[in-house]
Design a protein around this ligand. Sequence first.
Ligand SMILES: [Zn+2]
Ligand SMILES: [Zn+2]
Length: 160
Amino acid sequence: MVMDKLGVDERIEKLRMQGLRLTPQRRLVLDILESTEEHLDAETVYLRALERDESVSLATVYRTLNVLLDSGVIQQRFLDHDRNRGYYELYDKEHFHFTCRACGRVIEFETELVALVRRQVSRQHGVQVQYTGLHLEGLCAECVENAAAIAHQADTAPTS
Ligand SMILES: [Zn+2]
Ligand SMILES: [Zn+2]
């Protein structure tokens, strides 16, 4: 997760301000997301929750994720262009994602340029932007290197 991370306490406060109690399930899901740098899909959150509490069901995890999502404490991300699987992470400063198509690595990055585009479009067209989507896909540096190495090997392989 990117810098400027809110603490669990601030998230709990945010829930309270919306009249939501910190149920054990919400605490559990927040703790799981807090304790990882990864973006987790609902099934993975469920499996990790099970390790700590055998009585948790997948339905409970889905319901809990949705409540946390609605309250703005966590965010849902789509990390491939099919957008068929949502991944969850704690809400932090606006950042964007690059997904490697070869190894699946997700790289987070920040840029001021998107805010600039938003301001420009708002000004030019008088619109109020409520959602911004930006997601990049390709090969990570390591996979670019590996692909180059394989191509190089093929070039220099002795022909018999
Ligand atoms: Zn890669
Ligand atoms: Zn992220």
